[in-house]
Design a protein around this ligand. Structure first.
Ligand code: FES
Length: 256
């Protein structure tokens, strides 16, 4: 296969050496099937072992290799070098996160938010295994299926201008995962999740810019999850304001 050479410009931050971040250029060989992660691996193996970045699966599954490539959040294992032929190529850490070293960012904030939304099935009462699984129809599965494709790569947070301005914003992926469980017919955890997603820093902070959905490498639409969660919240609100008698009279299932 034909080999070419690209110059990549990589953001470096090595707090033990220098307080300020800087850029370093490397020349890397590439072919049609070379991805940005391959180029970083080539640099680390053969040119500069000090370069720090994350990766694991190399197949768009683990979500660990995100970086800003020419300013756009991308999975480096799924971004081909040949797409940038004749252009400059700058690789930076994901925006909106504190940088630990070079391309490695601190994701503690997201991990805390993820735990807060309880991304697992909650049941009021577990039925014993001998009673069998909790059944679900194809239609019920369709309500949340796309949101379960999230790989926690955090490209959506790097693209979200609201999160860039307010780090307390619950943000796209955590809300998409909250909605994934809220919309699951087997789940009964709505009461536990609603105060989190409808908190002051929850879904109502979103102003519908939609960059989260544009950059998602798995076709998840976090903006849609956020809007659906807003609608559910708006439908629930009257229940907290009206008496049980009124609700019984106006709601089809006796106030549910
Ligand atoms: S290395 Fe796992 S998603 Fe890129």
């Amino acid at each position: 296969m034909e080999t070419d050479t690209a110059t990549i410009r990589v953001a470096r931050y090595r707090p033990e050496k220098s307080e300020k971040p800087y850029f370093q250029e490397y020349k890397v060989p590439y072919r049609k099937d070379t991805v940005v992660l391959d180029a970083l691996n080539q640099v680390k193996a053969e040119q500069d072992g000090t370069l720090a970045y994350r990766w694991s699966c190399r197949m768009g599954v683990c979500g660990s290799c995100g970086a800003n490539v020419n300013g756009v959040p991308k999975l480096t294992c799924a971004t081909f070098l040949h797409e940038f032929k004749g252009k400059s190529l700058t690789i930076e850490p994901l925006a909106n996160f504190p940088v630990i070293k070079d391309l490695v960012v601190n994701i503690d904030d997201f991990m805390e938010k993820l735990l807060k939304v309880k991304p697992w099935i909650i049941r009021d009462k577990q039925s014993p295994p001998e009673e069998g699984e909790y059944k679900q129809s194809g239609k019920e599965l369709d309500r949340y299926a796309q949101f379960s494709s999230c790989i926690n790569c955090l490209l959506c947070y790097a693209a979200c201008p609201i999160y860039g301005l307010n780090e307390d914003f619950l943000g796209p992926a955590a809300t998409a995962l909250a909605y994934r469980y809220i919309a699951d017919s087997r789940d009964q955890g709505k009461k536990a999740r609603f105060p989190i997603v409808h908190d002051l820093e929850g879904v109502w902070e979103c102003t519908l810019i939609g960059e989260c959905s544009v950059v998602c490498p798995k076709g998840v639409d976090p903006m849609l999850a956020i809007q659906k969660t807003k609608i559910l919240g708006a439908m629930e609100a009257p229940k907290t304001m009206l008496s049980p008698e009124t609700l019984k009279a106006i709601l089809p299932r006796g106030g549910e």
